[in-house]
Design a protein around this ligand. Structure first.
Ligand code: ADP
Ligand code: MG
Length: 242
């Protein structure tokens, strides 16, 4: 494959809404090809951080490095990152194929080539043969896979996912966790994965960044987070309070 992973480094990023500090001097280096989960309770700043990396939110201060270049001023559509939103954001009245070819069409890929690439992305998420189905006919797990196929179809060097499984029931969620991790192992895309579910974060990621009130309070392997939580907040949040 021509794909080569790149690192993403968040350096001293802050973002305020009025007086409220949603991100407070956050730094996080994600190695090329690494899978990092951003874990924290509701309101801790996870989505704000992810959307700053995606380019949908402009930080007040700080840098975001992609490889060696500072992309903090680059618009989202020029970063070329694959993004999976919590709500999927699929086009419900279009069929699966049209949803997945969309990112290629906006990039000017000719229709036939776009369909070929979409078909292979759908194979990767085990939805080969589903191209003509309407989104409304699909199950939650199938919709989630379409959103994933759409995010990987243009071979992004970075994949950003914001609570992508939160709409699914427990069994489907656990299945999809395994599938997302297998997909990562296959494609080696540098990945940032937001979740408020500590078990999910500890299962899926190489390293976990735990957020509290706009700050990363611990960044470690799942095992270290579990065995040596950095403070009382982390201990309580992962259910290991003594
Ligand atoms: P999380 O994803 O961890 O639940 P968010 O990053 O969505 O948290 O939000 C962090 C905090 O910033 C929340 O308290 C939220 O209310 C606030 N916030 C997020 N976006 C805005 C906005 N556009 N205007 C004002 N406050 C916001
Ligand atoms: Mg969020």
């Amino acid at each position: 494959s021509s794909r080569s992973a790149e690192s993403v480094r968040i350096e001293a990023v802050s973002k305020t809404y009025g007086d409220f500090r949603a991100l407070d001097d956050v730094s996080l280096a994600v190695e090329a090809g690494e899978f990092v989960a951003i874990l924290g309770p509701s309101g801790s700043g996870k989505s704000t951080l992810l959307m700053a990396v995606a380019g949908f939110i402009r930080p007040d201060r700080g840098r975001i490095l992609f490889g060696d270049s500072d992309i903090v001023r680059l618009p989202a559509n020029q970063r070329g990152f694959g993004v999976v939103f919590q709500s999927y954001a699929l086009f419900p009245h279009m069929d699966v194929m049209a949803n997945v070819t969309f990112p290629l069409e906006v990039r000017g890929v000719p229709k036939d080539a776009a369909r070929k690439r979409a078909a292979s992305a759908l194979d990767v998420v085990k939805l080969g043969g589903y191209g003509a189905r309407r989104i409304g006919e699909l199950s939650g797990g199938q919709r989630q896979r379409v959103a994933l196929a759409r995010a990987i179809v243009f071979e992004p060097k970075v994949l950003l996912m914001d609570e992508p499984l939160s709409a699914l029931d427990k069994i489907l969620r656990e299945e999809m966790q395994i599938e997302i991790r297998e997909l990562h192992n296959k494609l080696q895309i540098t990945t940032l994965y937001v979740t408020h579910d500590q078990r999910e974060a500890l299962t899926i990621a190489d390293r976990v960044a735990v957020m509290d009130k706009g700050k990363i309070v611990q960044l470690d392997s799942p095992e270290t987070i579990y065995r040596r939580p950095a403070n009382e907040f982390v201990a309580r949040f992962i259910g290991e309070a003594t």
